[in-house]
Ligand binder design. Sequence first.
Ligand code: FMN
Length: 245
Amino acid sequence: MNPTIELLKSHRSIRKFKDQQIPRELFEDLIRAGQCAATSNHVQAYTIIHVVNPESRRKLAELAGGQTYVESCSDFLVFCADMKRATESAEKAGADVIRGMTEQLLVASIDAALIAQNVVVAAESEGLGICYIGGIRNNPQEVSDLLKLPEHVYPVFGLCLGYPDQQPEVKPRLPLAAILKQDAYDDSQDEHLVARFDDTMARYYRERTGGNKDTNWSEQLKPLFTSKLRPHMKEFLNKRGFGVK
Ligand SMILES: Cc1cc2nc3c(=O)[nH]c(=O)nc-3n(C[C@H](O)[C@H](O)[C@H](O)COP(=O)(O)O)c2cc1C
């Protein structure tokens, strides 16, 4: 079996970490591997903030909704979409730069996600565990102030890195037929495929919690769509100069 594919298929988020530091050299290598991700037009529209200050880590854990592993992991990174550096560079080269395009928001957010996922795969290949922290967007302005993020930079998500102190099971994914379509979008089988997946997830939760968690995928999604999720994001992004045009 191809070891890279094996590694990818063994991913699971880690939320309990050993009190063990990632060696600095390895840490930097992970980031360098991350940088090799494809990037839209070679724009590299991201900046990573490596948060080492313990008080900042404590504050970020709190701002992310009390996620203690933000504090207890070896290294915590905040991946920021960054259009500042690239637009200023083009400006210095003589361009009459247009800022604030929605497309720029997409490009920078996608770039940030791609470098992060490369860091994740590199980290997991070294036996490290990771957990993305979208929770930092609960309080994006406070996070931006804490990290002194300038205009045209916004925090997309955080990432915990460290040595796993738990071995959770791999979480099932939707059947291939639900997410892979040939030639055109066809959802005629989706209801049936989702029902099957709901059974799979119900079994997964039951087994993982010794019968204590009686839910499934569709049920789990309900809170996501029955309240306005992070309604502050539009105004926050606009204020930072993203996605206004
Ligand atoms: C962008 C993003 C943000 C996430 N934010 C959080 C978070 O704030 N807290 C958390 O515990 N997990 C977070 N996760 C992890 C997901 O819950 C997890 O990836 C998903 O349930 C699938 O489980 P698995 O990673 O173990 O396969 C996030 C994942 C992504 C991709």
